[in-house]
Design a protein around this ligand. Structure first.
Ligand code: MN
Length: 291
């Protein structure tokens, strides 16, 4: 099942490029979960609700995907995790790029650095765009494969890790380059794009065997395959859960493949994955003095 959020916080099931509105299910689920829960009620409820949501979708009116504004597929992740340098080729390009200051020891990788967190307030969907606050500094696109956690767990062994995954989506870990702490630079509003929707885990037989691509203005920059991950999907979950309890709806950027590069206002970033779908997102200059 492909599950999306769209327009004014509506829930939809995507079938053949059409969105079937199941917002009534979302209303009922959210009303039944305590406000103080950790995680996202819709994702937490999927084991129980999936069948009902599919039945509702079959009867619901459908609209073409092109006619809606896509939001991030998860409304309330309790945290937004992200792997650094998790592809050898990206590690090499970062080491070689003298314009990118490194605040970490030369050559260190994910095992030494750990993962990092992006602010949840940076999460947006494709319709919301990415704004650049520092036009005189370099901001790069990092199109990544993203895990959406399905249930609570901690100290998870990698053999059990797939049981904790609700589904997958594509992400854009927008990255202002500079000397500041990584989570500061990568938590600017709009710098955690998720989309176009969540594909439930049953539709991805092997998450370590997924190809995806990232383009800027039709130029192919990232041509990637998750088999090249240094820490594969299972190990990433084991690693994160050795530090954190993970909750339903937590999102986990699995790391950027090689091909990152600067983007400018007016650019369009395109991400695509056969098992998930494509999205486009516009890059614009930040409007100072806004809300
Ligand atoms: Mn990244």
């Amino acid at each position: 099942m492909k599950l999306c959020r769209f327009d004014d916080d509506r829930l939809g099931v995507v079938v053949d490029n059409k969105i079937h509105d199941v917002t009534a299910a979302q209303d009922e689920i959210r009303a039944a979960y305590p406000y103080a829960m950790k995680g996202d009620a819709i994702i937490a409820s999927l084991p129980e609700w999936r069948g009902k949501i599919e039945d509702m979708a079959a009867k619901a009116e459908a609209r073409p995907v092109a006619q809606v504004d896509l939001l991030a597929p998860v409304a309330r992740p309790s945290k937004t995790m992200a792997a650094p340098v998790n592809y050898h080729a990206h590690h090499a390009e970062m080491q070689a790029d003298k314009a990118i200051p490194s605040t970490r020891p030369k050559g260190s990788g994910i095992g030494d650095q750990g993962i990092f967190l992006k602010s949840n307030s940076a999460v947006v969907g494709p319709s919301e765009g990415v704004s650049l606050r520092f036009p005189d500094r370099r901001s790069d696109q990092e199109v990544e494969f993203v895990i959406i956690i399905g249930k609570q767990g901690t100290d998870i062994h990698q053999d059990d890790a797939l049981d904790y995954i609700a589904g997958y989506t594509l992400g854009l870990d927008m990255s202002l380059r500079g000397p500041e702490d990584r989570s500061f630079r990568k938590s600017i509003d709009g710098h955690a794009v998720l989309g176009p929707w969540m594909v439930t885990a049953d539709e991805v037989p092997d998450p370590d065997n997924v190809s995806f691509k990232g383009f800027v203005n039709d130029e192919l920059r990232q041509d990637a395959h998750t088999k090249d991950l240094i820490y594969g999907i299972r190990r990433l979950i084991e690693f994160a859960s050795s530090f954190y309890t993970i909750y339903p709806g937590d999102v986990y950027y699995t790391g950027s493949p090689a091909g990152v590069g600067q983007v400018y206002p007016g650019d369009v970033i395109h991400a695509e994955c056969g098992l998930i779908g494509p999205f486009d997102i516009d890059v614009r200059a930040h409007e100072f003095g806004g809300d």
